[in-house]
Design a protein around this ligand. Structure first.
Ligand code: ADP
Ligand code: MG
Ligand code: MG
Length: 889
């Protein structure tokens, strides 16, 4: 098999095989852009290596062949003493994993070749700098030596020379560093740094393969839900040099601002520097626009290339480039990561520019991104104390206690604290701390620094390069220019949209996107900015495209009204349990304790008018739209006092000889109702069957509320939903009682009350016998929370806290099945029940209520199995609308 592709052989669609970097290097090569020649080793070769512990048969020969061809094309050979070819060995997986895997630059140097390089370039300093970089990167990434050893050696040298900047080191300094570095390698590995360039290359290639499984890469993939078995490609690319003097340099550019999405020239440039200096935030970079002054010719060329790339990819591209003595080279491009706001703005702009269709644009924005735009932001009216400002690297409003290392961030966040991770700069080892933190603040590095790129990818608030803040990680404190000192544990607020950093907690306000959904901002008015207009445009498109309706879960008139403003087409789940709490507790207690039918009927009669009022308000708020009311679901003991508290109260009263007859009866009831496993106990329809009159009271309240609304000129559309049905017989009994009550109340009020009666499908048995159940149900609502609990045998209240983090770490699943529907297991039952339900009753309405109704991936699945609607919390309604539209488009 072919394991090696020249850059001239690939193209952008071969990402599976060549990785994103390799595929795009090939694409740029074929577009005629200035890409240093090279070749790509496929992900197949990597997978083979990872599986068998050695490279596949034939790979070495293919590499040798490609290398020889490269040497011929370049007119120099790897290791040639008087004029050496140097190459980089670069990782590059299908999905970009910024800084997660390894790259080694300047391969091909040794004690002889360094002189040849110096002579060819006419630059001693450059050659020795390149050589020490090779040993440093090779030592760190290939030989696993602690990078600090090299950094410390550089710092030592600078201190002895009394300088702070790398630029102040000369050729002799770097030559001396080469010796020190070689000693470090010898001490740490017991071997000499390999002088044979082909050996350097071979070792670097397998190190890149191995880096696929580096712990931080594994963690990143899990976070980003990237499959673990893809492997990485390896790119061998002839070197070009940005460290050849001030007329050279290296940079990163975006065709649009990845933070805001606005058009313009965005990027960072660093003169006389190589490769990762820009990203690592080692020196402070110049804004890309400065390049126009420094090197107008290269700048012009770069802008032309950027335009060409954007037109070609029809999307925002990000770019790595290097200028070697006034000659521009392209080292990488890809369709760039962006913030949620940028995603909406860019897709909208590209439609306006005629580059993509509206359909394609909606495909490029996600419900998760929309959810991010709905997060609150800092209230600009509130008083606040500004400490300083950095770059707005990743938007959002984050408040938390300042911590200065990742370990503390992880530890504190585990104990429930919100933290802001403050670092001079971050590196891949900080990943876990960044995940744990609410936000990230750095004092060095630009919008393309590690912190910025990773935070944007995670949708986490980040302010970077806040130079005016002195972040002192050793002493765990930060000093602001105004003299304020923030110690570890002090609360700060960071605004990733403006780049500002504040002392203390700044209050937050709702986002304009939410105000638009709430109807407070008219998208056609001046108050609406381009982001709101983009959201509006895509929502309209999705609403027109989608087949599924979106309803909300709402238990109060206020929630129902809000959900309706957010675009809900009804209530898919109105829970009645909270209506039994508060002041009504005593009535419920009386019901539970009732010894005689009379007592029970009295307490039900007292509950009835209260329950009726609850429904009237909701039916009014949702007038003309369906409201699915679920009859009481939770176990009764939830309405009784806590067993321990009550026992203590009884014991104390007894000791004091006080009256405690009532409490004693209550305690007996609590004991009687106590269950080992309440989730699987007396709840749902079982309550309706066991507690006489309970469900009929609820149905009567629904019927009376509806009758009242009809008489008031409204159009109530209640749907009565029976929870936790396992067999059709349960449903049949409740259904008959309910029909009787509806008829009774209808006759009393002289109105016709013909409302659908249906059931939740939330037990495996219900799903498996859906055909029978459908005979007695006019609708099904999949209760995917309980269904997930019962299909997996997971007690949701316990497992998420006890061992899910362990499962996620071990990769048992990439995301909790309570968060995103388990399509293979739970989904299979949903599909089966939908099919058999429809077969038995073709006009049956099928919906889903529960967290999954607002989860983007799950929404796509529900669309695919043909459900009529999803129901989710009011705030997720826009997300579900968008995703239902994307699923149908
Ligand atoms: P990453 O995927 O982490 O960005 P890269 O493979 O792109 O890693 O390389 C790291 C840095 O080295 C980048 O800044 C890149 O532009 C630079 N680089 C890689 N190959 C070369 C080369 N052949 N010549 C000059 N610079 C290079
Ligand atoms: Mg790169
Ligand atoms: Mg349930």
């Amino acid at each position: 098999p072919k394991y090696v592709y020249n850059f001239t052989e690939g193209n952008k669609d071969l990402k599976d095989l060549l990785g994103g970097k390799g595929a795009n290097l090939a694409e740029m090569t074929n577009l005629g852009l200035p890409v240093p020649p090279g070749f790509t080793i496929t992900t197949d070769a990597c997978r083979h290596y990872l599986e068998h512990g050695r490279v596949p048969e034939g790979l070495d020969a293919q590499i040798e062949e490609a290398l020889t061809a490269l040497e011929e094309a370049m007119g120099k050979r790897l290791g040639q003493a008087d004029d050496p070819l140097l190459v980089s060995v670069r990782s590059g997986a299908k999905f970009s994993m910024p800084g997660m895997m390894e790259t080694v630059l300047n391969i091909g140097l040794n004690d002889a070749a360094v002189h040849g390089l110096a002579a060819q370039a006419g630059e001693e300093r450059f050659a020795w700098d390149s050589y020490r970089r090779l040993i440093q990167m090779f030592g760190k990434t290939v030989q696993g030596i602690d990078g600090e050893l090299f950094e410390d050696a550089i710092d030592d040298l600078k201190r002895r020379k009394g300088v702070t900047d790398d630029l102040a080191l000369d050729a002799a300094d770097f030559a001396s560093l080469v010796e020190v570095f070689k000693d470090i390698v010898r001490e740490q590995t017991g071997r000499d740094f390999p002088a044979d360039p082909r050996e350097q290359m071979r070792l670097a290639i397998t190190a890149v393969f191995d880096s696929w499984n580096a712990p931080r890469a594994v963690l990143y993939r899990r976070q980003e839900r990237i499959p673990a078995d893809l492997g990485t490609a390896v790119n061998v690319c002839s070197m070009v040099f940005g460290n050849l003097g001030m007329d050279s340099g290296t940079g990163v550019a975006f065709t649009r601002d990845p933070a805001s999405g606005r058009q313009g020239v965005y990027g960072d440039y660093l003169q006389n520097a190589q490769g990762e200096d820009v990203v690592a935030g080692i020196r402070n970079t110049l804004p890309l626009a400065e390049l126009e002054r420094i090197d107008p010719k290269s700048y012009g060329e770069l802008l032309a290339i950027m335009e060409k790339l954007e037109n070609h990819y029809r999307d925002l591209c990000d770019i790595e480039f290097t200028i070697e003595r006034g000659k521009l080279w392209m080292l990488q491009t890809r369709v760039g990561k962006r913030t949620a706001a940028a995603a909406f703005r860019i897709a909208d702009q590209l439609v306006d520019q005629g580059m993509i269709s509206l359909d394609e644009a909606v495909g490029r924005v996600t419900g998760d991104q929309l959810a991010q735009l709905m997060f609150p932001r800092f209230d600009h009216e509130a008083p606040r104390h500004r400490l300083g400002r950095g770059m707005n690297a990743s938007p959002g409003a984050a408040v938390g206690k300042a911590v200065f290392d990742s370990y503390t961030a992880i530890k504190w966040s585990r104990s429930g604290e919100n933290v802001i991770l403050c670092r001079r700069e971050t590196n891949p080892d900080d990943l876990e701390g960044m995940i744990a933190a609410q936000g990230i603040l750095t004092s060095r590095g630009g919008k393309t620094s590690h912190a910025a790129v990773v935070a944007r990818g995670m949708g986490k608030t980040c302010v970077c390069g806040a130079e005016e803040l002195d972040i002192d990680t050793k002493n765990r404190r930060m000093t602001a220019p105004g003299g304020e000192v923030v110690e570890e544990g002090d609360v700060i607020s960071i605004d990733g949209t403006s780049g500002e950093v504040f002392l203390g907690e700044v209050p937050v306000a709702s986002s304009p996107v939410v105000r638009y959904f709430e109807g407070e901002i008219d998208p056609a008015s001046d108050e609406a900015d381009d982001l709101v207009r983009a959201v509006h445009r895509f929502m309209q498109y999705s609403d027109a495209a989608r087949r599924m309706n979106v309803r909300a879960n709402a238990d109060t008139p206020e929630d129902a009204a809000r959900a309706r403003r957010m675009g809900a087409q009804g209530v898919g789940l109105c829970r009645t349990e909270h209506m039994f709490l508060g002041d009504r507790r005593t009535l419920v207690e009386r019901l539970i304790l009732a010894d005689t039918d009379k007592e029970r009927e009295e307490s039900l009669a007292a509950l009835l008018p209260l329950q009726r009022e609850d429904f009237t308000g909701i039916f009014e708020a949702m007038d003309g739209l369906p409201v699915t009311v679920r009859l009481l679901d939770p176990p009764l003991h939830e309405f009784l006092p806590d067993i321990t508290e009550l026992s203590v109260r009884v014991a104390v009263a007894e000791a004091r000889g006080e009256e405690h007859e009532g409490d004693l009866r209550l305690l007996q009831a609590v004991h009687r109702l106590h269950e080992q496993n309440p989730m699987l106990g007396l709840r749902g329809v079982r309550l309706g069957l066991v507690v006489p009159g309970l469900f009929t009271m609820q149905v009567r309240a629904i019927a009376q509320a509806a009758a009242d609304r009809i008489k008031a000129g409204g159009r109530p559309r209640p749907e009565i939903m029976i929870p936790l049905v396992g067999t059709v017989q349960e449903l049949e009994i409740i259904r008959e009682e309910s029909l009787r009550v509806l008829a009774e109340v209808g006759a009393e009020h002289g109105v016709e009350l013909d409302f659908p009666i249906g059931t939740m499908i939330e037990l495996p048995r219900a799903a498996l016998t859906a055909g029978q159940i459908a005979e007695n149900a006019e609708f099904f609502s999949f209760g995917t929370n309980d269904l997930t609990q019962t299909v997996w045998g997971f007690s949701r209240d316990d497992v998420e806290a006890s061992f899910f983090s362990n499962y996620l770490e071990k990769g048992v699943f990439g995301v909790s099945p309570f968060e995103s529907l388990d399509v293979d297991g739970v989904g299979r039952l949903v599909r089966l029940a939908a099919q058999e339900g429809r077969a038995a009753r073709p006009d049956i309405k099928l919906g889903v209520c529960g967290e999954h109704g607002g989860d983007p991936a799950s929404v796509h699945f529900f669309h695919e199995v043909g459900l009529d609607y999803v129901s989710c919390s009011p705030f997720r309604v826009p997300v579900a609308r968008l995703e239902a539209g994307r699923a149908a488009a």
